[in-house]
Design a protein around this ligand. Structure first.
Ligand code: PMP
Length: 299
């Protein structure tokens, strides 16, 4: 496979040659924002929504973008086009930049834009995705909005990295994190849904409002599900008929175990099958998002 091409500050370069300064505030302080999209059959699913989220995140942390929404969109599409992967993992990062001083004062920094494109990466093996993943509630809690607004897709992911390590060390695939007051919050980089009869329950406190979560909420009524967004506890999870987590990078993933308990029948259930098929149809539709490969190239 040829080396992927990355974009850094006005230049497309082979990934191994693309770099930023070690004095960038992103390196020093995790000061910046990012977003991840995927290219599916040459189209980027809901690219505008992801770009909007980046602009909201930048506004929240007072990071002045040296590009407009349409410029960012054009660069992401160009990066995807240059790499030519039919199914691609695409991440952009906006760092606070450099002002030459390794101090916490960002005055004078000019933001950097990085775009990474790789062939689509499976979050878990296809076999695991078909069987369902095991969740473990970890000791780490998600920060509340008073610590750092959870809607900001910032570079501060240490909390989730620690959570994932804790879950893996305990033999689970993914961590389940609670809010500071003990309600269900998120899995590692994913939103969570519980299924009870025809009801879908999903937390709405201290979460990142995922674009996949929004797609599930949008699809639910036409498939005969009602959606309840609110505060739910571990009891609700332990007694759910089905559980699934969702994210851009992983799509919809069924959960077959939680904290050593079997979920439902211990295998992906009918609600998951139905919602995941509908999500599959959505990402394959021509209106899923803008194309970066022509139909002939993608075929
Ligand atoms: N929560 C967090 C903390 C995330 O980082 C993500 C994205 N990886 C999600 C939820 C899911 O969001 P989306 O569906 O937009 O990918």
């Amino acid at each position: 496979m040829p080396e992927p091409i990355a974009y850094v500050n006005g230049e497309f370069r082979p990934e191994s040659e693309a770099s930023i300064s070690i004095l960038d505030h992103a390196v020093l302080y995790g000061d910046g924002v990012f977003d991840t999209v995927f290219g599916w059959k040459g189209r980027i699913f809901r690219l505008d929504e992801h770009i909007e989220r980046t602009f909201q995140s930048m506004a929240a942390i007072a990071l002045d973008p040296p590009f407009s929404r349409s410029e960012l969109k054009a660069l992401v599409l160009e990066a995807a086009r240059r790499n030519g992967f039919e199914n691609a993992y695409i991440k952009w990062i906006v760092t606070r930049g450099v002002n030459g001083r390794p101090l916490m004062d960002p005055q004078g920094c000019v933001a950097n834009l990085i775009i990474i494109v790789q062939p689509y990466l499976e979050r878990v093996s296809a076999e695991r995705a078909a069987r369902g993943v095991a969740l473990k509630t970890v000791a780490w809690r998600r920060p509340s909005g008073q610590v750092l607004a959870p809607q900001v897709k910032s570079l501060n992911y240490l909390n989730l990295v620690m959570a994932k390590m804790e879950a893996k060390a305990a033999g689970a695939d993914e961590a389940l994190l609670l809010t500071l007051d003990g309600h269900l919050c998120e899995a590692t980089g994913c939103n969570i849904f519980l299924v009870k009869d025809r009801r879908l329950l999903t937390p709405d406190r201290d979460i990142l409002f995922g674009i996949t979560r929004a797609a599930v909420i949008e699809l639910a009524p036409s498939l005969g599900f009602t959606v309840e967004e609110g505060a739910f506890g571990l009891y609700d999870a332990y007694t759910a008929d089905e559980i699934f987590v969702c994210s851009t990078a992983g799509g919809l993933l069924p959960v077959c175990r939680i904290d050593g308990r079997t979920v439902g029948g211990g295998a992906p259930g009918p609600a998951f099958a139905c919602l995941s098929a509908a999500y599959g149809a959505l990402i394959n539709a021509p209106e899923a998002g803008p194309a970066y490969l022509t139909v002939e190239t993608a075929a």
